[in-house]
Design a protein around this ligand. Structure first.
Ligand SMILES: O=P(O)(O)OC[C@H]1O[C@H](OP(=O)(O)OP(=O)(O)O)[C@H](O)[C@@H]1O
Length: 207
């Protein structure tokens, strides 16, 4: 039996959430680049990419690593952003600068699995926007609009510790496949026993 304070989510459920949300994202136009927030955003990024494909063209996925500071010691990580988030991996700028057209003036989808306190998404968006501004100034392409959207599987309905810009919501650029209560979300990639996990997810209807 599952406990009520935990919500189990199956791989099938995640696949379906990606499919449903991809069609909404695509109805606002094609996505040029996906930025996955590692580790939770990696699997959803790869799945949703299949549904965002237009004319058979694969969308590039860049990964950035952001982890909440309280979860780990900081010494081994390169850079601390603010007080609560550590940057464990960043955009491959050397490669990007050579192919700057692949990102400037494009539609970029930031992907994570959960919007909990919103701290991670707030830092991801604000740091990425700063990065784009830097690149625009460097290349003199300040008149081009690079547009960020966000996709998460689950948004926890709870008071948030950080904000996202109001226009992200007003313009419909924030996509949460599901609004969920503030429960412990059990994702399949954390499961030690995937059969038992899937059984629990099935019992809860998250299949
Ligand atoms: O909305 P927030 O309160 O910021 O929480 C959400 C973040 O927390 C988890 O990451 P975590 O720091 O545990 O790292 P991980 O993805 O590597 O597990 C999750 O993957 C999100 O990125």
């Amino acid at each position: 039996m599952t406990s009520d304070d935990k919500m189990y989510i199956s791989y099938n459920n995640i696949h379906k959430l990606c499919k449903t949300t991809a069609s909404k994202i695509l109805s606002a136009g094609p996505v040029d680049v996906i930025i996955a927030i590692s580790g939770g955003g990696l699997i959803p990024s790869r799945i949703i990419r299949s549904f965002l494909k237009v004319n058979g063209k694969n969308i590039p996925i860049q990964a950035i690593g952001l982890s909440l500071y309280e979860n780990m010691g900081s010494e081994e990580y390169e850079e601390t952003i603010g007080k609560e988030v550590v940057r464990t991996q960043w955009l491959d700028l050397a490669t990007l600068e050579k192919k700057i057209d692949s990102i400037l003036g494009k539609r970029i989808l930031i992907v994570d699995e959960v919007d909990d306190t919103r701290t991670t998404l707030h830092y991801a968006l604000s740091e990425l926007e700063k990065e784009i501004e830097k690149q625009q100034e460097k290349t003199g392409r300040t008149n081009e609009k690079t547009e960020f959207s966000i996709f998460v599987l689950h948004n926890k309905t709870k008071p948030k510790k950080a904000d996202l810009p109001a226009d992200m919501f007003a313009e419909g650029r924030y996509y949460a496949a599901e609004e969920v209560p503030d429960k412990w979300l059990c994702y399949p990639w954390d499961a030690q026993d995937i059969d038992e996990h899937t059984k629990f997810a099935t019992e809860q209807g998250n299949i």
